[in-house]
Ligand binder design. Sequence first.
Ligand SMILES: Cc1cc2nc3c(=O)[nH]c(=O)nc-3n(C[C@H](O)[C@H](O)[C@H](O)COP(=O)(O)OP(=O)(O)OC[C@H]3O[C@@H](n4cnc5c(N)ncnc54)[C@H](O)[C@@H]3O)c2cc1C
Length: 374
Amino acid sequence: VKADVAIVGAGVIGLSLAWELRRRELAVVVVEKGEPGREASHAAGGMLAWCDDQLPAPLVPLAELSAKLYPEFVREIEATSGVSVDLRTHGTIVFDHGEPQLRQVACRRLTAKELVELEPDIQPVSQNIQYWQEASVDPRILTQALAKAAKHRGAHVAHGEPALALETQAGRVTGVKTERALFSAPIVVNCGGAWAAQLSTPLDPTPSPTRPVKGQMLALVSREGRTGADARASIVRHVVRTPEVYIIPRSDGRIVIGATVEEAGFDKRTDAATIQRLHRSAADVVPELAHARIHETWAGLRPGSPDNLPILGATSLPGYFVATGHYRDGIMLAPATACLVAKTICGEPLEYDLSRFSCSRFATWGGFPVCRAI
Ligand SMILES: Cc1cc2nc3c(=O)[nH]c(=O)nc-3n(C[C@H](O)[C@H](O)[C@H](O)COP(=O)(O)OP(=O)(O)OC[C@H]3O[C@@H](n4cnc5c(N)ncnc54)[C@H](O)[C@@H]3O)c2cc1C
């Protein structure tokens, strides 16, 4: 198979990039070891948390760009795929956060009375209540819609076999191979998420030192099984965040609750006691949730990096690029990442300097990637 660009990994990042490159009419193949969109992007809560002032400072411009791009990104994907990705813009209610940052014009304090008016079923568990003008999507639907839209626009998605190694010739990349196939392309982009470090490259150190960071989640439905068309059935309308837990309503009536942050290798098992603890923490703030039925539990693997910032852009191997390490924010950062990495690949001017996210910030020590500067 020949293409202009071969992308390894069909998660939200690889698929958004494929979509963005197809808009520039480049021939794109996406190589996926499993099914498209079934790893971290399937496990995510889908909060678009661009108001969070605890975001690391280097991420703020990317979050702001994503906030700007998201409405049009969703509109185009929905129009092309015919699938609604459940973009919800009611906003987020946040408990026990610090003072709202002044730069966040989209944040304000709420009194207990205002809270009750907004969400009658939420307990004012503290005096420190804020409203943030954020949004959420259903990340499972978003990745399926992205896959459909990218294919519709002519991207080829080859799934079921891992990319094993890069092909190189005369010091530059010429493609990527699986056990049975060679995908020839002058540009290869590693969007392999938590597995990105496993793709063998002729380079040492690996330019994508990601690690899996496990997150356990659960979804609740009300006992009466109010899902589907009756959107008013949902117990809460806003995303709710406390220091212990977050609660994300979906328009089909499910309520998603998360999440743990665990260094547990590639283990995706859930643990009943942990799920119960998350459920209890959610019920502390929305008591009605204590009576809701557990519909599903799962765990996924966030792509962490040594400094937990994304790894974006060119590597020292000509033709080889990386777009991974999005850790807790890959759903939010997908449109900005796709836009900036596509521009880098195409040599277009960038509105943001991506050098902060270059893989060159990592050096190896004793075989383990370590961070040069945080
Ligand atoms: C519990 C949890 C909650 C989260 N909540 C949020 C949230 O609310 N908001 C938010 O913005 N983000 C959230 N995230 C983070 C977000 O899910 C990730 O940052 C994002 O999904 C990363 O996307 P990705 O495409 O890089 O990775 P993935 O979705 O994991 O995709 C990588 C893909 O690459 C494939 N792959 C890897 N290696 C190879 C290979 N060698 N050959 C072929 N294919 C390969 C994998 O099979 C996989 O499909 C959450 C994550 C978790 C786990």
